[in-house]
Ligand binder design. Sequence first.
Ligand SMILES: Nc1ncnc2c1ncn2[C@@H]1O[C@H](COP(=O)(O)OP(=O)(O)OP(=O)(O)O)[C@@H](O)[C@H]1O
Ligand SMILES: [Mg+2]
Length: 227
Amino acid sequence: MPDRDLAARRLLAVTEEELQRIVLDIHDGPVQNLFAALSQLTLLRGRLSAATYLPADCLDTVQRAIGLLEFSLSEIRDLLGAFRTPEFAKSGLAEIVENIVVQHESFTSGTVSLEITEPLPVDVSLPAKIALCRILQESLSNVRRHSGVETATVKMRVENGRLILEIADQGRGFEPPPLDGPQATERQEHIGLRGMRERAELAGGKLFVESHPGAGTRVRMEMPIHE
Ligand SMILES: Nc1ncnc2c1ncn2[C@@H]1O[C@H](COP(=O)(O)OP(=O)(O)OP(=O)(O)O)[C@@H](O)[C@H]1O
Ligand SMILES: [Mg+2]
């Protein structure tokens, strides 16, 4: 195994205590600084609103920066919150997937048809669960943003000793770049697809993207299960 892969796997083999520590470090460091920046900008906005002369767009720019900081903070809070709770580490795969689907449906106008085939593995590592969450969230967000349709299908099952998660839509589709091998020509902007593939591989699995213009998209994650 190349050094880089080995290092990456080691990085992902975090224990729950290590994960809690990372979460706390993020919370106590960068998050506090973001809050400080937000309060400085809010102060500035107050002073600018009271000023008699202002260069054009000045207040708008500050307002946009405040909006960006607020949005980032709420995203970080959601992220830290979701993975911090002891419930996340204990919850089963079906429950995790159902929660993400319900959350997606309540925040968007999209609908998701969910098919979970039991039995699913019980003993799944925390990194594998996090990978699964991220892949599902990014795929559903891609359906909403790019497919042109409102409906996605999510399926989870075990097949030939592997856990399979599939997210499909019947939307406009696209020509997926090769995500793997020497021909991989991912463009810089394909961060979502690349991130999904990396997460799957770091957790010991594999990601496949099947799509063609006009023929919908299917993202499939396969992960070996150890029972
Ligand atoms: N379900 C889908 N239907 C149609 N096109 C898709 C779908 N998923 C991905 N794509 C296409 O693949 C491209 C790359 O997706 P990717 O998730 O990597 O990036 P993105 O969603 O554009 O940006 P981000 O980095 O924020 O995720 C998209 O811009 C889109 O053109
Ligand atoms: Mg994306």
